[in-house]
Design a protein around this ligand. Structure first.
Ligand SMILES: [Zn+2]
Ligand SMILES: [Zn+2]
Ligand SMILES: [Zn+2]
Ligand SMILES: [Zn+2]
Length: 283
């Protein structure tokens, strides 16, 4: 069977990927189209050798589901590699002139790398799979092929095949894993497919530690406030409360408010536990 699906050339004239409304990852649609065609070539090849006048070159690797690995843009620095640290206004400047200036800093989330390897966003991936499946089946239906399970075989080949071999065709192509629907991946539950999570420091407010402290000052009634406001000998005095706010960068997330998800290591998804990543229903 390996020989059959190696460097197979099959007819795919009427498929026009670009014509279908594209999700944001056209590469995924193309890769999945090759995946389905490779499975189909292997499946239909049981009945008859594939036609040699095709346009799409299929290799043995295409029989494996696409790995769906992309470079994901760091959400903390938005792919810039650096963040501009500027203290947000929590009221700490009340009565003070000016603000702390912005200072650029290497992004702590991506370590300045701007992007990292991750699985394609699960929704984009699912949309790409659906689009590839529809392009795959409409191309074969347009040629007049007959569907056998998820596979397609030419009409005259179908008419000459017995049931037993048609079942083998169906089995060879296989069915989608019910859990991941051909994607072979499951979205990480911890980060919901984001690759990052909110900072784990419970005192962290969007990257900053805000401390409020109320200080009581006592001042003499007679005179203006002074640094020496203790009242002597029963002179009238009153106390006033001053709220002090101090803002400091969170030491855990270094002002970004987020951390790389430890559950998926920033990959956004896990290999599907049901099909072990093949995307295909087992047994
Ligand atoms: Zn970054
Ligand atoms: Zn995660
Ligand atoms: Zn934090
Ligand atoms: Zn699965």
């Amino acid at each position: 069977m390996n020989k059959t699906n190696r460097r197979l050339s099959i007819l795919l004239a009427s498929v026009c990927v670009a014509a279908v409304a594209a999700p944001s990852a056209p590469g995924i649609v193309e890769e999945y189209l090759r995946f389905f065609e490779a499975r189909n070539a292997a499946a239909a090849g049981i009945l008859a050798p594939p036609s040699q006048h095709g346009e799409m070159k299929i290799s043995g690797e295409d029989f494996q589901r696409p790995d769906a690995i992309v470079r994901m843009r760091c959400p903390a620095c938005k792919g810039k590699g650096a963040i501009e640290v500027e203290e947000p206004d929590f009221g700490q400047w009340a009565g003070r002139m000016g603000r702390s200036p912005r200072r650029p800093e290497k992004c702590p989330v991506c370590a300045g790398r701007k992007t990292w390897r991750a699985y394609e966003d699960q929704r984009v991936l699912e949309a790409g799979v659906a689009q590839a499946l529809s392009a795959f089946s409409s191309a074969h239906l347009a040629k007049g092929d007959v569907s056998v399970g998820n596979a397609f075989v030419p009409r005259q080949v179908y008419d000459n095949a017995d049931r037993k071999r048609l079942r083998l065709v169906e089995k060879t192509f296989g069915q989608e894993c019910k859990k991941c629907n051909w994607t072979g991946l499951e979205e990480c539950k911890r980060c919901r497919g984001e690759g990052t999570v909110k900072c784990s420091n419970k005192d962290c407010k969007g990257g900053w530690i805000v401390t409020k402290r109320t200080r009581t000052t006592r001042s003499g009634g007679r005179s203006h406030r002074s640094s020496c406001s203790r009242s002597y000998g029963g002179g009238s005095s009153h106390s006033s409360k001053v709220e002090e706010i101090s803002v400091a960068e969170c030491p855990v997330c270094r002002s970004t408010g987020m951390l790389v998800c430890q559950e998926c290591n920033g990959m956004r998804s896990h290999i599907c536990s049901k099909c072990r990543g093949t995307g295909v229903k087992s047994k």
